[in-house]
Design a protein around this ligand. Structure first.
Ligand SMILES: *Cc1c(COP(=O)(O)O)cnc(C)c1O
Length: 349
């Protein structure tokens, strides 16, 4: 603020203009496993989903496959964009704990244009088999769009290794960039020149300062930029991403699996006798970084726990979701949280 905006004023744009690509390349290299020039940071996850679903439906004919258990914004956006294109959405209804399976997709994907799914389910924490589902979609001629909001920064993703077409994710969960920080989006290099989206802003033009009479699209991932960049918020994303890069995503994943194993062992020992059920897969390779536990009084418990600074989320109808962020959550934090949950549950009984 003081040195760049205060001292350089608009001259700062000379170097700020490249922040979406520079930070995108860091996310590509250290967080999601993509190549340089395949990721940019821009807008919100919601707006990025809107742009990418539009682009995918403009790219090929057919219906859309999506999931009834997906995060609301994903379901709402896909419904609206499919309707605008005159396409059907075929909904998968996955197992509430284990999440979407390759066979669920295989059953409805023939003739589809696009499969949109979340890599880690926001309620149960189930980790989808991204590699197998991507192959199932490709075998049927469909594109895949993975929402990695709950896996970016917590689970290695391997977008390029698994030949993923499109992906989005937020930066304010495991990437620690602060509330409302801009999201990232990924478009596989081979698709970029053929993708069109409807938010044709000047920042997505091939030559931003040519200011010509008509829109000429950038042929790279920058075409998915829209308007002026939120420079301060982008700076926060750079900080969050560099922490992740410094720790290493493989190390983060390994600590995350140990933390969730430990948390689940504590749940079995101290909370199951009080009427809790685990709402997250037990197999550490089939879950992401958060754990959900179910109890009929989950909503009241969540409120009372927040007053004690044990801060989770209540998720309708009976889930208490705890996000064990490996960069900031310790094993002792897990122990203290479970002790507090047990105490508060006894008090309610
Ligand atoms: C957190 C989250 C979002 C958030 O979307 P915003 O536009 O950033 O509010 C979207 N999808 C999923 C799956 C999420 O977990």
């Amino acid at each position: 603020m003081r040195h760049q905006w205060g001292g350089e004023l608009i001259l700062g744009w000379d170097h700020w203009m490249d922040l979406p690509s520079q930070i995108g390349d860091q996310i590509a290299a250290h967080v999601v496993g993509a190549g340089p020039g395949e990721v940019i940071v821009s807008d919100s996850t919601t707006v990025n989903l809107y742009k990418l679903v539009h682009a995918a439906l403009g790219h090929r004919p057919g219906h859309v496959v999506a999931s009834t258990d997906d995060f609301p914004t994903d379901r709402y956006i896909v419904s609206a964009v499919a309707e605008a294109h005159g396409r059907r959405v075929v909904w998968i209804d996955p197992h509430p704990v284990d999440g979407v399976q390759p066979a669920d997709v295989a059953a409805v994907v023939e003739g589809a244009a696009l499969v949109l799914l979340s890599h880690v389910q926001y309620r149960s924490g189930a980790l989808a088999d991204l590699a197998a589902i991507t192959t199932v979609a490709h075998d049927a001629g469909a594109l895949v769009l993975w929402d990695c909001s709950h896996s970016g920064g917590s689970v290695p993703i391997g977008l390029r290794a698994h030949d993923v077409d499109l992906a989005v994710g937020c930066t304010y969960k495991y990437l620690n960039s602060g509330p409302g920080s801009p999201a990232w989006l990924y478009v596989a290099e081979g698709l970029q020149a053929d993708m069109r989206h409807p938010v044709q802003g000047w920042m997505g033009a091939a030559d931003v300062f040519a200011m010509g009479p008509a829109y000429e699209q950038d042929l790279g991932v920058r075409s998915f930029l829209t308007g002026s960049l939120p420079v301060l918020a982008l700076t926060a994303v750079a900080g969050g991403v560099s922490l992740t890069a410094e720790a290493g995503i493989e190390t983060i994943r390994s600590v995350s699996m140990d933390l969730t194993d430990y948390f689940i062992a504590l749940v079995d020992e101290h909370l199951t006798p009080l009427g809790f059920e685990l709402g997250t897969p037990r197999d550490r390779h089939r879950r992401g970084g958060h754990v959900s536990i179910r109890h009929p009084h989950a909503q009241a418990l969540d409120r009372n726990l927040r007053a004690r600074k044990v801060i989770g989320d209540f998720r309708f109808p009976d889930s208490l979701r705890l996000g064990l962020a490996p960069l900031t959550t310790s094993f002792e934090d897990c122990w203290r949280a479970v002790a507090a949950i047990a105490e508060e549950t006894r008090r309610l009984a």
